[in-house]
Design a protein around this ligand. Sequence first.
Ligand code: GLP
Length: 628
Amino acid sequence: MTTPYEDNRWETIPIRIETDPDACAEVVADEIAALIRKNEADGRKTVLGLATGSTPRGVYRALVRRHQEEALSFRNVVTFNLDEYFPITPDDPHSYHRYMWENLFSHLDILPENVHIPRGNIALGEVSSSCLEYEKKIAEAGGLDLQLLGIGRSGHIGFNEPGSPARSRTRLITLDHITRSDAAPEFQGLHRVPTRAITMGIRTILAARRVILLVTGEHKAAIVRTAVEGKVTDEVPATFLQGHDNVTAILDLGAAADLTRLRAPWLLGPLADQGLAWNETEICRAVLWLAEKTGKAILKLTEEDYNAAGLQELLATADGAAYELNLKGFYRLQNAITGWPGGRTDGSRPKPLRGGAASVFPKRILIFSPRPEDDVLSMGGTLARLAAQGHEVHIAYQTSGASSLPVEILERFRLFARDSGATLGEGPEALRHQYSLIRQLDAKAAAKICGIPPERLYFLDLSFDWHVGEVVKRSVTGKDVETIAELLTRVAPHQIYAASDRNDPEGTSRLGLESLRRALQATASLPWASDCDIWLYRGGGSAWPLPAIEMAVPLSPSEVLRKRRAITQHETLRQSATLPGSTPHQLHELSSRHDRATAEAFDRLGLAEYESMETFTHPDFVSNLLVK
Ligand code: GLP
């Protein structure tokens, strides 16, 4: 899907959207490989500006593969990295030096003298001369042929945080709070994230002859929209890219989700021109969008409202009758509300996806929680309801969640054990195990409050957790898939709940879902599989947007309090900002804010007024996941 920006008044730079991060990575690697080969044929070196973070890892894997399998040589490549933390030593597991060598350079035939990364292990007094020197080296190399960029949720490119001027050059900067809290899980606590960094400036970046902005994950959707649809401002440094004449943003569907062309495509012209049609889904999406935009209850929307918002085409499909459209949008939400998430004893509501097990009561229900806290955070109320309504509820904790525990907590538990006379193992493996046990205690206490006994909890300890102090490649292994498949076979569930968010490509939720998808494929022929319904809750305690909601479970004030009690059992997390993008609020505040916002939206749109709501969708709403 490529849209030349001239045809699209909402987007200020050319955009290419791919379905998933891997496809994005291939596109970028193809372009880089073609550039290297062309320059090589012309007898020239290629000067690349490179980025770090989780986003470009796939590109680096794809380049390594081209080097190993397609003889792509890097002997004539010179690289300059965007940034580095300060102060930091090159061998620190969090340094970008180590990141670049481990993810890319050590697998290539690049000459070490051609690699340049700002140095983080110099004295403060040497920083400005070192930055000047860096700029000089870029100039001596002939300038950057291609600069690869990611974007931070603060709107930074490189580490040019809000307020960075267009004329800025390589320099020392102070990191924004959002940037530091996003990095906190990797550093095991906000207080361990460096406060400063050295970064190429905006002017340095814009001087590159070609710029690729690569963004994946729906946690970046809002900032992507601001960067490409918003006005140029130093408050969002990525907007400066709008002034570059050879830039392309390459996005996966998650990162593109907030762009007008996906969020409200009817604003860009006739739907048919965009390969879409006014089917039930699009109609409901537009009606809900209009109600939110006008702040009106759905059933109060008038023909004038539709016309004024540019929805003439939709109105025409209903012979000009707003009320017909309103009803469709209204019933879409109304039918999603249910206090019986496992189904009523008579098999009615919620509408099952496949139907086979609809009338089975009670059901065997298996909930997948990527981290130990995800289940209660996003569906603690529903969990308790399912158990109270007599269903057999099992919970599988996919990763140990050990990495998000501050080391101080482990120390405290070890002190307690020592003072009580226990002997504890030493060494990395033993410590990792102790971290996991602490997180298990939290999960068990939380599940108990929701009415789930410990014998129905499974701590799978899958491989894609961060390992403390290590740089790990995060991916799903065959053994992970086997472990889940075994559990599925043992429980033979009628309903599955899983977390979904298209966050960063190697994020725990994404890998959690990927491992489940593969295990479901492996077990697809088993008798229970064809009748098993799958519901997705949104990871990290957040809620689905209105058009995606297929099931909304209301919570009464007392259920809200119980959910809060369950979440606060994860008390060992209290000190650290563990959720991607969370400000260091209490976990329960974060989730109750989302639950309440959903209930308020239902109320505002003219549906029943509840205290709070948890939301679910079917897998078909989440691309790249479809469980058939
Ligand atoms: C990092 C880097 C940026 C990067 C951004 C996004 O910390 N300094 O160059 O683009 O923040 O990171 P990620 O790709 O992990 O989301």
